[in-house]
Ligand binder design. Structure first.
Ligand SMILES: C[S@@+](CC[C@H](N)C(=O)[O-])C[C@H]1O[C@@H](n2cnc3c(N)ncnc32)[C@H](O)[C@@H]1O
Length: 209
């Protein structure tokens, strides 16, 4: 993700009603945040927000939280949300390593879209499907664990399949060319760019009971 420096990014993020400022204080209480009992889906590394905004608009029966670690990136999503009132969408600016401090057995689905691939072996633990992150996800999933991943990066995709399978996930759906799969799909910014270049997108849906 190329970072555009937004000088007042922190102020913009802190002033937005979409952004949850002290998420640790809401651990276990997201039903109260959304004022309903609907399922909770989160996207880790939401970038500029296209996917999570589109999903929230298409699925008012689901609550969505977008997680992004950089305020300057989150600002781009907030620009898209200006003037919109989407009651089933919230955003949190934080690193995914802190998810266990913020959610307590209340997440139904995690989306990992075009996550940073960390191709070097010595950085493998930073991948969001590594065995560093999968135990963190165990802490926040409600009953079953459901991870949906999209990526252009074959190395990340292969390592995710190995890591998820080794950790007890069953890959229940997979595609090496998402554009030619009949499935409801909301595009991310990266995905739109890759698709326009003819790059094939890998997709998987993995579940652990
Ligand atoms: C390659 S971009 C993809 C953005 C978006 N999902 C898309 O498909 O257009 C990866 C994004 O994930 C964010 N990210 C990477 N690691 C993260 C982490 N550990 N916690 C939170 N966000 C993270 C980055 O800041 C970046 O915005």
């Amino acid at each position: 993700m190329r970072l555009r420096n937004v000088p007042n990014a922190r102020e913009i993020v802190n002033n937005s009603d979409y952004v949850i400022k002290e998420p640790q204080e809401l651990k276990g209480k997201y039903k109260e945040v959304f004022k309903n009992d609907n399922p909770l889906h989160i996207e880790i590394g939401m970038g500029k927000g296209n996917f999570i905004i589109d999903m929230a608009l298409k699925h008012p029966e689901i609550n969505f939280i977008g997680i992004e670690r950089y305020e300057s990136v989150m600002c781009r999503a907030l620009e898209k949300l200006e003037g919109k009132e989407i009651s089933n969408l919230k955003l949190i600016c934080m690193d995914a390593s802190l998810l266990g401090e913020v959610f307590d057995k209340e997440v139904d689905t995690i989306y990992l879209n075009f996550s940073d691939p960390w191709p070097k072996k010595r950085h493998a633990k930073r991948r969001l499907t590594s065995n560093v992150f999968l135990p963190i996800y165990d802490q926040i999933f409600k009953d079953e664990c459901l991870i949906i991943q999209k990526t252009d990066n074959v190395g990340l995709f292969e390592s995710s399949i190995v890591s998820l399978s080794t950790y007890g996930y069953v890959i229940e759906d997979i595609s090496l060319d998402l554009a030619n799969k009949e499935i409801e799909n909301s595009l991310t910014e990266y995905e739109a760019k890759f698709m326009s270049q003819g790059t094939k997108i890998n997709y998987l849906k993995a579940r652990k009971k």
